[in-house]
Design a protein around this ligand. Structure first.
Ligand code: SAH
Ligand code: SF4
Length: 372
């Protein structure tokens, strides 16, 4: 049976063409699903019993099922989901001040093979469907509605509002979103359209290892989400070692694609740079990066490598991270250092869903079991 969440709200009338329902009926259903997180037809109180039964027999309306939720002491929550075919994915809810950011997955595993990434070790298992992508957001909202969370990493209590709805999304979970571009673009439409979640595209960020033709395709889609490019090296030789995809799409090809993007006033492209001790964290790397990015309206987000068992890399010292940032700032490149969150639950974005293979043994606290 087809699943409603695999279709855009504007496609719903053609799914039920025999019923000739008026548009406002579809708006009611969209409101239940995207604003109230209700996916049970029988709970959609403003639909008649007959209509509920007819709809239920025509399409399914299912969400990925949460298997466990791990909570970090900083307020971050990592949700492990079961998909219909038994595969698992993860999303992370990260509270920060008044922001509730959801880091979502776009694929099961990833085929890009970056040497410093745990997800790469899984290989690509499959693309997520649109329903599986937006389903992560619906479930996160449902979890927050029932149990609002707080950013407890801040010592200042006035910085700790209770958050009961996701207000920022980053495609930085498992997978390369642009390798699943059709489902990802449709998901972006649902996230940002008034019939869907109605989020501002400025609150949505897509992170990519840099697939030039797909970057252009994303630009042509006309959805002005923020783009983050995982550069991680300022020259092809170093990048090739860390991200073998660079042999196919070298830095120049990526930057040429970025140049073609229709950027709105004040909108900047983010370049993510994973700092690996002794590999790409020297002052000369920072200078090279500043020269490379000088012609762009860009900002750099430095991410200290998050170590995991079996990885040959290590995290640079705080001093060298700060020095790297200082050099970029002196060269007028806006540069931030990503605050590490949820470390105690292996919650870092970009290295998700690998520990499930080791049955989460190394996690010292017991998962909170989710019951619906
Ligand atoms: N595939 C996309 C999005 C998911 S990865 C991409 O690569 O951009 C999200 C971010 O996490 C990327 O910038 C990636 O370089 C970074 N990342 C991956 N593994 C990491 C690790 N072990 N430590 C720190 N950052 C990592
Ligand atoms: Fe894939 Fe991103 Fe990990 Fe590279 S860093 S392997 S592109 S998830």
């Amino acid at each position: 049976m087809e699943d409603l969440l695999d279709y855009l709200p504007e496609q719903w009338p053609s799914l039920f063409s025999a019923l000739s329902l008026p548009k406002w009926r579809y708006d009611q259903i969209a409101d239940w699903v995207f604003q109230k997180e209700v996916v049970e037809w029988e709970m959609m109180k403003n639909l008649s019993k007959d209509l509920q039964t007819t709809l239920a027999s025509a399409v399914s309306l299912s969400l990925p099922s949460p298997v466990s939720i791990l909570e970090s002491k900083d307020g971050t929550k990592k949700i492990l989901f079961h998909l219909k075919d038994g595969q698992m994915i993860e999303s992370v809810i990260i509270p920060r001040g008044d922001r509730a950011t959801l880091c979502i997955s776009s694929q099961v595993g990833c085929g890009i093979g970056c040497r410093f990434c745990r997800t790469a070790e899984m290989g690509l298992i499959r693309n997520l469907t649109m329903g599986e992508i937006v389903g992560q957001v619906i479930l996160a909202n449902k979890i927050l509605r029932e149990n609002p969370i707080q950013d407890t990493s801040s010592l200042r209590s006035y910085d700790r509002p209770f958050l009961n709805r996701i207000n920022h999304i980053v495609f930085m979970g498992m997978g390369e979103p642009l390798a699943n571009i059709d489902h990802v673009i449709n998901s972006l439409r649902v996230l940002t359209s008034p019939e869907g979640f109605g989020m501002s595209p400025r609150r949505v960020t897509l992170s990519t290892s840099g697939l030039p033709s797909k970057i252009i395709e994303l630009g042509e889609s006309g959805i002005p989400v923020n783009l983050a490019i995982s550069l991680t090296a300022a020259d092809d030789q170093t990048r090739e070692q860390l991200m073998p995809i660079n042999r196919h799409y070298p830095i120049k090809a990526i930057l040429d694609a970025v140049r073609q993007l229709p950027l709105k006033k004040r909108q900047r492209v983010t370049f993510e740079y994973v700092l690996l001790a002794g590999v790409n964290d020297r002052p000369e790397d920072a200078k090279k990066l500043a020269r490379l990015l000088a012609p762009f309206k860009s900002k750099v987000n430095l991410i200290a490598f998050n170590p995991y068992e079996g990885s040959p890399f290590s995290r640079p010292s705080n001093d060298s991270i700060l020095l790297f940032q200082k050099i970029l700032l002196e060269k007028m490149v806006p540069t931030t250092i990503r605050q590490s969150r949820g470390d105690d639950i292996l919650g870092a974005c970009g290295q998700l869903a690998w520990e499930k293979k080791t049955e989460q043994k190394e996690i010292s606290w017991s998962p909170v079991v989710f019951s619906t």
